[in-house]
Design a protein around this ligand. Structure first.
Ligand code: ADP
Ligand code: MG
Length: 231
């Protein structure tokens, strides 16, 4: 897990507690957690080039150590259909970020594959002062925020634990397939939970990890956002 150690070491040296989304996603990749394809552009021209490479539609997001909640800063633009959309979004994001926090350092703009809409789930980890690394799973949006419909297990977890974390949710019928929502790939979610457990057990300096959202498909699941906070 060479890349992970390197990324964490560099953040520490720079005095950063929050890893940047591309850093967190590289760590996810090293631990077998599927994420949206991405590249970090240093300028508008590069953003359009990378979008062409990745294929449309794409999503653009700010990469800044000062911007942790990117949509709050107007720094996420989704569903960009062509190079001119990308150029426009690039400029708009920089403008929004400047207004939101004039001191925010800009590392670049993340160009990424736009994942098709599907059921949004949340995979998290938090280091509990008493129990140590703890894994969390829930469904996105109102299920977590309003209904607190989430499950927790102390890491390391087994495949059976991971499966239980999913099936014990009140909203589980939604994942099993309900009315117009097709059944989600439960094994893919189990695999993400297991890999997340492995990731935080290997790296005790991780205080918080958030994959929000993880889109669950009939086949596979993918994290479109990743946040890692160090101690
Ligand atoms: P934030 O820092 O605000 O949590 P996110 O990266 O989660 O930023 O983006 C905000 C929202 O935009 C996500 O919850 C998701 O609905 C949508 N989104 C972000 N990236 C993608 C993507 N690559 N594909 C599809 N939807 C995305
Ligand atoms: Mg998010």
């Amino acid at each position: 897990m060479k890349q992970t150690l390197k990324i964490i070491k560099q953040a520490k040296e720079e005095g950063r507690k929050a890893l940047l989304e591309p850093e967190a996603k590289l760590i996810c990749i090293e631990y077998g957690i599927p994420v949206t394809k991405f590249k970090v552009a240093a300028n508008e021209k590069e953003a359009a080039e990378y979008a062409d490479e990745i294929g449309y539609p794409v999503v653009l997001k700010i990469v800044s150590p000062e911007i942790i909640h990117k949509s709050d800063a107007g720094a996420v633009m989704i569903n960009l259909q062509n190079a001119s959309d990308v150029s426009e979004a690039y400029r708009k994001i920089l403008e929004n970020v400047k207004k939101y926090n004039a001191n925010a350092r800009i590392v670049g703009v993340l160009v990424q594959e736009m994942a098709p809409q599907s059921t949004e789930t949340i995979v998290g980890a938090i280091k509990d002062p008493q129990f140590g690394q703890t894994i969390m799973f829930g469904l996105g949006g109102i299920f977590v925020e309003l209904l607190k419909d989430v499950s927790f297990r102390i890491a390391p977890i087994t495949a059976d634990d991971a499966k239980e974390m999913i099936t014990q949710l009140k909203a589980y019928p939604l994942l099993k397939g309900f009315r117009n929502s097709p059944p989600a790939d439960i094994d893919a979610l189990v695999s993400i939970l297991l890999n997340t457990s492995r990731l935080v057990m290997d790296n005790p300096e991780i205080k918080e990890l958030d994959l929000n959202p993880v889109l669950a498909y009939q086949k596979g699941a993918k994290a479109v956002d990743a946040r890692i906070i160090l101690e």
